[in-house]
Design a protein around this ligand. Structure first.
Ligand code: MN
Length: 296
């Protein structure tokens, strides 16, 4: 009988031991975490010190560094895209398993939103390498189906300190009451919140209705939020756009040198009126350094 509680001390002291997990141990993690996500609404409201983390994409080393540095904060909010595009072998399996274990043990502290790579079952994304990685590692896709069951119940949004956060975009015209009742697998909502990009972005994904400055300002004002923090794009990382109301974070080593100029996280400790009230740090040098957001 596998017991998640027994793993706790071992994994917290040595996260690398996740690399030795068998498929039945990972299946146990997935069974334990699924009801926790089911108990969360599509939109989560948070107080206290909150850290926002952009796309991780299988970067297990950086994930460990983020947890080590920010574990004392009240909440660590990951904005999705934990898998695929990984810089190391088995990076997606390690990263996802580690974060799901942390979710089991610290369900209030660790918040894991859905990225578009965790929505491949609903809207296919490219590249989607996760299933093949599981087949190569464990000899069957059975565990992948269990992962997808967990992905399907992950939340989509966070509202905290007047920061609205989601993986990709906003739900144009939606009010707070509507956002609080959204179904986590509503395709239109997922396209808007998880897939879409700013209209001024060069990235075109073919899914999701892009949002312009007017859309964003109208949406934020309608839900009484000041700024939108998102992930999803390594080329617009660290730039604040639309009157300093939208910031894109990317928090993985993936695509370094191909437009990804940093590994950024942002921290909110009190009500945020403008982007410069967020504390942004960069880990791309291997040391945490303060990062000045460029406003364009
Ligand atoms: Mn994405």
């Amino acid at each position: 009988m596998i017991d998640i509680a027994c793993m706790k001390k071992r994994v917290l002291e040595d996260p690398d031991c996740v690399a030795g997990f068998h498929d039945d141990e990972i299946a146990c993690v997935l069974r334990t975490v699924q009801p926790l996500f089911k108990g969360e609404k599509a939109m989560i409201e948070l107080d206290g010190t909150v850290v926002f983390v952009g796309d991780i994409h299988g970067d297990f080393q950086t994930t460990k560094a983020i947890i080590q540095r920010f574990f004392d904060c009240d909440h660590v909010v990951f904005l999705g895209d934990y898998i695929d595009r990984e810089p190391m072998q088995w990076g997606s399996i390690l990263t996802m398993t580690y974060l799901l274990l942390l979710k089991c043990w610290f369900p209030q502290k660790i918040v894991l939103l859905k990225g578009n790579h965790e929505c491949n079952y609903l809207i296919p994304c490219f590249p989607y390498e996760f299933e093949e990685e599981i087949v190569q590692r464990f000899g069957s896709a059975a565990l992948h189906e269990r992962f997808v069951e967990v992905f399907s119940v992950m939340p989509l949004m966070v509202l905290s300190h007047k920061v609205f956060a989601a993986h990709g975009g906003i739900d144009k015209g939606a009010d707070l009451r509507f956002l609080k009742t959204i179904d986590k697998n509503d395709v239109a909502a997922v396209e808007s919140l998880v897939w879409s990009d700013p209209a001024c972005s060069f990235t075109f994904r073919g899914r999701g209705d892009r949002f312009n400055k007017n859309d964003l300002l109208g949406f934020l004002d309608g839900i009484h939020a000041s700024v939108f923090v998102r992930g999803h794009d390594y080329t617009t990382l660290g730039f604040s756009i639309y009157d300093d109301r939208c910031l894109t974070l990317f928090s993985s080593r993936a695509y370094m040198g191909e437009g990804n100029g940093g590994i950024l996280v942002a921290r909110a400790e009190k009500e945020i009126a403008q982007m410069k009230d967020l504390f942004v740090e960069d880990f791309s040098s291997g040391q945490w350094k303060n990062y000045k957001v460029k406003t364009i």
